[in-house]
Design a protein. Structure first.
Length: 277
């Protein structure tokens, strides 16, 4: 039986308490790896349940303008996948918050699957989400990461059929990342009308925790998701706080305030069990 990771343990705790989790995304190295270390500390101290560290990539497919600019800043500062792995190691000196490496597949493939998995595990990472890797092409990836006890997280989408969602879920561990809408990342004012039906369809094919991302930014979004999903993923809204802040300290404070507000909304929202069919 696969050993439980920090990710699965945290989701088990959230499920037991009926609380929606908050998954926080930042682009590692934006504007530098040293500042990312401070930002992770702020996010963890504010109560983020899982932190996703984006590996900057020059040719993104799913990222909207906010995260694209963050990747450009990170690449200009010299951030590499090896540097992000070292960042994970430094985070583990002060925090046991679950950490997900959020990357396109090319940097992982360039490093080599075995070297990447071994390095990620020894650094203290808990899971990996390779955004452009399909289930059909993931057998070696899943096998090698599994040997190193790393969760493999895959993306489900509104365009996914029930059969497809089942296949995605079968390849996933830790949690399933459900994209709330078609298009690219970016904060939105309102959640899609068909999102509850999408979450119910996904719930019908898996027992995995379901984290919903793309367009989640406001406490009201979290309150709605509290009756449906297991976690909300906040990305562009956090990256935007970093981009517009006048200093590193101001950015860290803004990140902490944003997470605290979202966690407060999560605690006051309905538990999934209270509204489950």
């Amino acid at each position: 039986m696969k050993a439980r990771t920090r990710i699965s343990l945290r989701f088990a705790e959230l499920r037991a308490s009926g609380e929606l989790g908050i998954v926080a995304y930042i682009t590692a190295g934006d504007p530098s790896l040293d500042t990312s270390l401070k930002f992770v500390r702020a996010l963890a101290d504010a109560g983020a349940d899982v932190i996703e560290l984006g590996v900057p990539f020059s040719d993104p497919l799913a990222d909207g303008p906010t995260i694209q600019r963050a990747s450009e800043r990170a690449l200009r500062s010299g951030t590499t996948l090896a540097g992000v792995l070292d960042l994970v190691r430094r985070i583990r000196e002060f925090s046991q918050v679950p950490l997900v490496l959020f990357s396109y597949y090319n940097p992982i493939l360039q490093m080599g699957l075995e070297r990447f998995a071994s390095s990620a595990a020894s650094a203290g990472a808990d899971g990996v989400l390779a955004t452009d890797l399909t289930p059909e092409e993931s057998e070696d990836y899943r096998r090698i990461l599994g040997v190193h006890h790393l969760d493999t997280i895959f993306l489900g989408a509104p365009t996914s059929t029930d059969e497809r969602l089942a296949k995605i879920a079968a390849c996933s561990s830790g949690f399933l990342y459900l994209i709330s809408r078609t298009g690219v990342t970016g904060a939105k004012d309102a959640l899609p009308d068909d999102l509850p039906a999408l979450i119910r369809r996904t719930r019908g094919v898996t027992q995995l925790a379901i984290a919903v991302g793309f367009g989640i930014s406001l406490p009201g979004h979290v309150s709605v998701l509290g009756g449906l999903a297991d976690a909300a993923v906040i990305g562009s809204a956090l990256v935007s706080e970093i981009e517009k802040a006048q200093s590193v300290d101001a950015a860290a404070a803004a990140l902490g305030n944003r997470i605290r507000a979202l966690k407060e909304a999560a605690r006051h929202g309905l538990s999934r069990r209270e509204v489950a069919p």
